[in-house]
Design a binder for this molecule. Structure first.
Ligand code: CP
Ligand code: NVA
Length: 317
């Protein structure tokens, strides 16, 4: 059966370790699993990191990336999501997409499965999940700490796509996850159940200091995600007090690191001095998007990490 990565819990805990191990290897140590093959990268929303890291990851594995604007193929406007998937699978070995609605990815994967077309679908961000980001986040933390299990990540902000995948990734990795969000912006009951079903140790609070206290990493994302721009004023009001700043970092464990998936809004979800300060690992995290993508694409192509694989050194920062 073709494996798709629509969220990080499409991987088992053991498979997640394999992907991180592959991501930690230099490109030269990986087999060219995409040699002579195309990879479609469809974007219904803007991107800097995901597009560029994905293209370069495909190139590193010997493949040819083709980036396609959502408007170009017109998912469910020019033709159905199913027909877009069937068409792109005629030319490409992997179909990666950043979509407005998570259901689009589910339909694409189902259409390929129903047709017996062995082309994996990879989520490059949907309204629900951002698994490739979570892989880079976990890779960054594993490089920082040497191992993941037993650590605590405190996420301060909106329980959005980035949080959902991060929380599931933490659950699969034995990392405790806390979230501090204002009322109405925290995880749903379904989200909590999903994290718990993945074995997660989840704490939900409306107090950023309570979440941050003793944590090994603090994490945040924008208050208004792509598509929520018209809610920005309301969200800025609701999230006042939920900024990661140097005072909040003071609540965390000594040596705690700060992550942000980027793009960042200095002075909103994170202060400039924290984002650009000594605890920040955001540029290593951004660089790791490419290594993580190479890892997941290699894994989907059948690569296995050798016994020498460890926390991962393949970073440019
Ligand atoms: N973090 C992230 O996904 O960035 P882009 O939206 O620029 O791809
Ligand atoms: N939550 C953000 C992540 C951007 C990488 C968004 O969906 O816009």
């Amino acid at each position: 059966m073709t494996r798709h990565v629509l969220d990080i819990d499409d991987l088992t805990a053991a498979e997640l370790v394999e992907v991180l191990d592959l991501a930690g290897l230099p490109a030269s140590a990986l087999p060219p699993t995409l040699e002579g093959r195309g990879v479609a990268l469809v974007f219904e929303k803007p991107s800097a990191r995901t597009r560029n890291s994905s293209e370069m990851a495909v190139v590193a594995l010997g493949g040819h990336p083709v980036t396609i604007a959502g408007t170009e193929v017109g998912i469910d406007t020019r033709e159905t999501a199913e027909d877009v998937a069937r068409t792109l699978a005629c030319y490409h070995g992997v179909l990666c997409a950043r979509v407005l609605r998570h259901g689009t990815l589910v339909r694409m994967a189902a259409a390929l499965d129903a047709a017996g077309v062995p082309v994996p679908v990879v989520n490059l961000l949907s309204d629900r999940a951002h698994p490739c980001q979570a892989l880079a986040d976990l890779l960054t933390l594993r490089q920082e700490w040497g191992s993941l299990a037993g650590r605590t990540v405190a996420y301060i902000g909106d329980a959005n796509n980035v949080w959902r995948s991060l929380a599931l990734g933490c659950a699969l990795s034995g990392v405790r996850i806390r979230i501090a969000a204002p009322e109405g912006y925290g995880p749903s009951i379904e989200d909590r159940r999903a994290v718990e079903a993945a074995g997660g140790d989840l704490t939900v609070t409306a107090d950023p200091a309570e979440a941050a206290e003793g944590a090994d990493a603090l994490y945040t994302d924008v208050w208004a995600s792509m598509g929520q721009e018209d809610e920005l004023a309301e969200r800025r009001r609701a999230f006042t007090g939920f900024t990661i700043d140097d005072d909040l970092v003071g609540w965390a464990a000594a040596g705690a690191v700060v992550l942000h998936c980027l793009p960042a809004h200095r002075g909103e979800e994170i202060s400039a001095s924290t984002l650009d300060g000594p605890r920040s690992r955001v540029w290593r995290q951004a660089a790791n998007r490419m290594h993580a993508m190479r890892g997941v694409l290699a894994w989907l192509g059948g690569a296995h990490p050798g016994p020498a694989a460890g926390p991962g050194t393949a970073t440019s920062r």
